[in-house]
Design a protein around this ligand. Structure first.
Ligand code: CP
Length: 479
């Protein structure tokens, strides 16, 4: 049932728009920014999916009249893509969506932009708004960047008297969220569930720790009345506990497995499996060294595939690794393949999203507008705390907080003795008098590197730098 479970709510986004622009707009979607999946409430997402399905059918059957209903009327309404991380599908499907709309579409060359001259995000985007661009698609490591830009450019827009709305669409931010991927994922799940939102039983397999597409599912899957999730990942790549809690708080039924091999033994595996790749670019050394073992626990090999039910569908936001894919290409021509359709759906969903943001469609939408938030819930903003002018605390003994240094913990940890020695050798040059006075070998559980006014002290700097060493037995180093 659409809208089930919606409680007393306030519309934060429309409040922000009221503050910035002074009035509500005709379509509740016009000029909206899209930082997290919750920025479109469940009814709004369903409205979007309905239109994306209608548009997909129209394009597939060449119904020009219906396609034209979605085309943004104003060709000057510019789309700007700012990608500070690599992408193929998200960047190119938005570009192709702009082609469909026949609107201006540009991309900032971030590698040679003035970001390299330490220009701020706020200044960069304000300048691009000034060139008559109204929708920014942003991929960045900076989590929360679209929310920040909505607020930081608001004053600029007012100062310059720009009459129109400016939207920031999150195209993937750090390890946090990838909400427009979530839209196309949900759209594809719904296609396979005959558009029923009654229930979903989904296995999420892979790098659940770093993967932002699975993090968007924590709230995105609230599109369904009843949700069962099987989390399949080794402990190193497990879903962070706060996301698991958030799912449980919404009434999702959660089961946890450490590998596909463990999961496939169950008689009640999910009919829909969502894979997410090991995000090796975000992993630390410790995990990287184990990547082959970890990858094996989240790979659907041919044997596993042969044990899946006839109606099972596999999804993957892609890309998959060309040498070590967790869904092998030998499965491409099987009925398990949901990932190719999922990727193609990205185009229809993003065309529809742009049509909504531009106000081309949406005036007939009658549900609640904006994020739904419990009235008694704290707003999801980080509150800024201004440091007080209090005197620094005096310590006569014991552990002192570090104000001017960098703590490196677990220095003496590694895969083998060679690596441990390498770690210790890397840190020792920074050690000062304390290291020389320490008896035995440094256990080096923790190193405290002092930071001088010009940056991290160098090995030849006269000041003592490695301030904390504890002795250990020689065999602990040579082991
Ligand atoms: N699914 C996805 O975000 O792919 P890209 O990184 O290629 O955009």
């Amino acid at each position: 049932m659409l809208g089930g479970g919606l409680r007393k709510h306030v519309s934060r986004d429309s409040e922000i728009r009221m503050k910035i622009y002074g009035s509500h707009n005709a379509s509740g979607f016009l000029g909206r920014s899209f930082q997290t999946i919750n920025d479109l409430n469940r009814n709004e997402r369903m409205y979007l999916f309905g239109h994306a399905g209608r548009l997909k059918h129209a394009i597939r059957t060449d119904k020009a009249e219906i396609m034209n209903e979605y085309r943004i009327g104003n060709p000057d309404s510019g789309l700007y893509e700012i990608f500070l991380e690599d992408s193929t599908r998200t960047r190119e499907s938005f570009k192709n969506a702009a082609e469909f709309h026949r609107i201006k579409s540009l991309e900032l060359n971030c590698n040679s932009s003035s970001f390299n001259k330490f220009e701020s995000y706020a200044d960069t985007f304000a300048n691009l708004i000034g060139y008559n661009n109204r929708v920014f698609v942003v991929r960045s490591r900076l989590e929360g960047v679209c929310r920040y830009l909505t607020q930081s450019t608001g004053e600029y827009i007012k100062r310059q008297g720009f009459p129109e709305y400016v939207s920031f669409v999150n195209a993937g931010e750090g390890q946090h969220e990838h909400p427009n991927q979530e839209l196309l994922d949900e759209f594809t799940f719904l296609e396979d569930l005959d558009w029923s939102t009654e229930s979903i039983h989904l296995a999420m397999i892979g790098d659940l720790y770093h993967g932002r597409t699975v993090h968007s599912k924590v709230h995105g899957l609230s599109s369904f009345d009843s949700v069962s999730i099987d989390l399949v990942a080794p402990p190193e790549l497990a879903m962070p506990a706060h996301y698991v809690r958030a799912m449980q708080e919404q009434g999702f039924i959660i089961r946890v497995f450490q590998s596909i091999q463990e999961y496939i033994e169950r008689a009640d595996v999910a009919p829909q499996w969502y894979f997410t790749r090991p995000q090796i670019e975000r992993m630390g050394d410790r995990i990287l060294h184990n990547q082959d073992r970890l990858r094996a626990t989240i790979t659907c090999d041919v044997d596993t595939a042969s044990r899946l039910g006839e109606r099972t569908v596999l999804y993957h936001p892609l890309p998959r690794h060309r040498e070590r894919p967790t869904i092998p290409p030998s499965l491409d021509s099987t009925s398990l393949n949901g990932w190719e359709r999922q990727s193609a759906n990205g185009w229809y969903v993003r065309i529809t999203l742009l049509a909504l943001i531009a106000g081309q469609i949406g005036t007939d939408y009658e549900g609640p507008v904006g994020p739904i938030q419990d009235a008694d819930e704290d707003p999801p903003f980080v509150r800024e705390i201004v440091p007080t002018e209090s005197k620094p605390k005096q310590y006569s003994e014991g552990v002192h907080p570090i104000m001017d240094g960098l703590v490196i913990d677990h220095v003496r940890v590694g895969e083998d003795a060679k690596q441990i020695r390498h770690h210790i050798r890397t840190v020792l040059p920074y050690s000062g008098s304390m290291e020389r006075e320490a008896s035995g070998y440094p256990k080096a559980l923790m190193a405290v590197l002092r930071i001088s006014s010009s940056g991290l002290a160098t090995p030849n700097s006269p000041t003592p730098r490695l301030d904390a060493l504890s002795p250990c037995r020689p065999e602990q180093v040579s082991a």
